[in-house]
Ligand binder design. Structure first.
Ligand code: HEM
Length: 305
């Protein structure tokens, strides 16, 4: 049910179109920020993280968190999410040797719980504020014009069962999206920029393509993306070499099964090594270095067919 809501309500074309101006606004703010820092080093990962988290919170609850008891601010929310992402990015011995999990040797579980609690408090506060506001609205004392994702979740009823979402489901859902959407995007952005700086020729070609398609000193719009095949290939090559989630998300079969001759017992935790697949010499001519050769061939074949 949560997957359905995410795909149909948050990622549908209509919803993405409806929130386009929010995304554009955040990108414009970030571009202005960069322009104002001529000659000053920029942490591009952090810049991307702030841009994406602001986009997601604008879609969720219209942006700024109103300060009240326990709510914190947008900056505190960003700090709590980024702290959690750092902990989640650490390899955890408990995942690989489950018998040691109860000792939590690196303290990862303890720290995750602490950081998650802060995020949960902020979600609780935002949900409470919105419910209060909606109640006032229904009593006619105040007018609200919000029609964001939080309103949708609060009003949601499953068509088949008539069930609404519990507060815990709502918070877990919001947390999954924030955590899934921010670290991944900012890591991908950071690596792409790093590879471009290490490959000035590629950087020049990207700039030439941007000038040709978008125009000098113009803002890239989402509809330009399909007309920027070279940039597209650069991002894909950076994702191949530096996948932000190298082991994807752990999976666990509900029944014992056999895959490729290996028995996977029910309940086992399975990690997919996407990082190794992306560097498999069977498929990639130059697996260890940033090279657009393979991707450009694939793009050409796709274009011809
Ligand atoms: C470069 C950017 C991103 C990368 C590399 C990435 C990577 C991934 C990966 C590897 C998975 C697990 C897939 C699987 O094993 O089934 C996943 C799932 C997911 N991602 Fe992303 N992601 C990115 C951006 C985003 C964004 C922007 C959002 C939200 C706004 C998001 C939300 C989710 C959610 C909710 C899931 C769980 C989906 C499900 O279980 O059905 N991701 N992502």
């Amino acid at each position: 049910m949560l997957r359905k809501i995410f795909v149909q309500e948050m990622q549908s074309k209509a919803k993405l179109d409806a929130f386009y101006s929010l995304r554009k606004n955040e990108v414009q703010k970030s571009v202005r920020d960069v322009l104002g820092k001529d000659g000053i080093p920029i942490d591009v990962g952090l810049l991307a993280f702030s841009t994406v988290i602001n986009m997601i919170t604008s879609m969720f609850w219209g942006g700024a968190i109103q300060r009240n008891k326990g709510a914190g601010t947008n900056a505190e929310f960003r700090a709590a999410v980024s702290e959690l992402l750092v902990i989640l990015g650490k390899p955890n011995i408990s995942d690989f040797i489950p018998s040691l999990a109860r000792f939590d040797l690196q303290g990862i579980e303890r720290n995750v719980k602490k950081a998650s609690k802060r995020i949960e408090q902020i979600f609780d506060s935002v949900i409470y504020q919105r419910m209060k506001k909606n109640e006032e609205k229904s009593q006619g004392t105040k007018k609200t014009d919000s029609n964001d994702f939080l309103d949708f979740l609060l009003e949601f009823r499953d068509q088949d069962t008539g069930k609404s979402l519990s507060r815990a489901q709502m918070k877990a859902f919001l947390a999954d999206i924030v955590i899934g959407g921010t670290g991944t995007t900012s890591t991908a952005f950071g690596w792409t920029m790093a590879e471009l700086m290490l490959h000035p020729e590629t950087m020049n070609k990207v700039q030439e393509e941007l000038i040709e398609v978008v125009g000098a000193n113009k803002i890239v719009e989402e509809y330009h993306i399909y007309k920027l095949p070279y940039l597209h290939a650069v991002v894909k090559e950076a994702l191949r070499l530096h996948p932000p989630a190298p082991l994807l998300l752990p999976r666990s079969p509900t029944q014992s099964c056999t895959v490729g001759g290996y028995t996977i017992p029910k309940g086992a935790k399975v990690f997919m090594n996407a990082w190794a697949m992306h560097r498999d010499p069977q498929f990639w001519k130059i697996p260890w270095s940033f090279s657009l050769r393979d991707l450009l061939v694939i793009m050409l074949i796709t274009w011809i067919t």
